[in-house]
Design a protein around this ligand. Structure first.
Ligand code: BMP
Length: 250
């Protein structure tokens, strides 16, 4: 890793996982389903059941504020530690504060075992995202920059996509971008602009309306899928079914 840039290292690591698992799926774990109350033991064992069922068919797990505010970071830490060798862990804090605050968040998140942190590109590098970048560089971790969003009201943000791609593409530590499957032309534009040496992860398929596989067809490496998997009463069957869609695209 020493002679490689962080981008080369993380792009290679994630793409090797894609090949190994023959999968294009990142599970967005926004909820630990089918469990009442806040008993940590119960939540942990439910979460382990879910991950045990889907782990062979997914590349990574994205965890964000929904899990942090509902269940706390200690539960998340236990889960990350248990699965970190088999899955890429992405912290989706959509970090968007000033640098010194971002730095405090990033230090703890990486220390817990997360590999990549998603930051909001719109806040800019200098005095903003810079805080996460400095921490990532010091310990060999990576950053994904959110450059557009999947919901209807994102039009204003999405008009800035090219600016965001341009600002961050040469920042050591930035290993890729998050772009929405609901606006797939943005993925295409980004892939043409960036070339192959960056990761593109894409939410918006399934519950938000884009067809599974759309983002991959437009150039994304991975699709971020939440409710379609964790709300299923048979999540393992669901990811196996999805895997078949992706295997036809590769
Ligand atoms: P679902 O498949 O249940 O719609 O979940 C999508 C996931 O992707 C959620 O975790 C959400 O935070 C994330 N996401 C999104 O939906 N749109 C974006 O533009 C950016 C996101 O990170």
């Amino acid at each position: 890793m020493s002679t490689m840039s962080l981008r080369d290292y993380w792009v290679k690591t994630v793409r090797e996982k894609i090949m190994e698992k023959k999968s294009r799926i990142v599970l967005a774990l926004d909820k630990i389903p089918f469990v009442e109350g806040f008993d940590e033991e119960k939540l942990y064992s439910k979460c382990v059941d879910l991950l045990k069922a889907v782990e062979p068919f997914i590349v990574g797990v994205k965890v964000g504020l929904p899990l942090v505010v509902n269940y706390g970071f200690s539960l998340i830490e236990k889960i990350v530690q248990k699965y970190r060798k088999r899955l890429i862990f992405i912290y989706d804090g959509k970090v968007a504060d000033v640098a010194h605050v971002n730095e405090v968040v990033a230090k703890r998140v990486y220390e817990v075992g997360f590999d990549l942190i998603i930051v909001h590109g719109m806040v800019g590098y200098e005095g903003g995202v810079e805080g996460v970048v400095n921490v990532a560089r010091s310990i060999g971790k990576g950053i994904l920059v959110l450059a557009a969003m999947s919901h209807r009201g994102a039009i204003r943000l999405n008009s800035l996509t090219m600016d965001i791609l341009t600002e961050f593409c040469d920042v050591e530590g930035v290993v890729g971008y998050v772009l929405p499957a609901t606006y797939p032309s943005l993925i295409k534009i980004a892939r043409e602009f960036l070339g192959e040496d960056y990761l593109i992860l894409s939410p918006g398929v399934g519950a938000q309306g884009a067809f599974f596989g759309t983002a991959v067809m437009f150039g994304a490496d991975l699709e971020i899928i939440g409710r379609s998997i964790y709300e299923s009463s048979v999540p393992r069957e669901e990811v196996i079914k999805l895997s078949k869609i992706y295997s036809r695209l590769c």
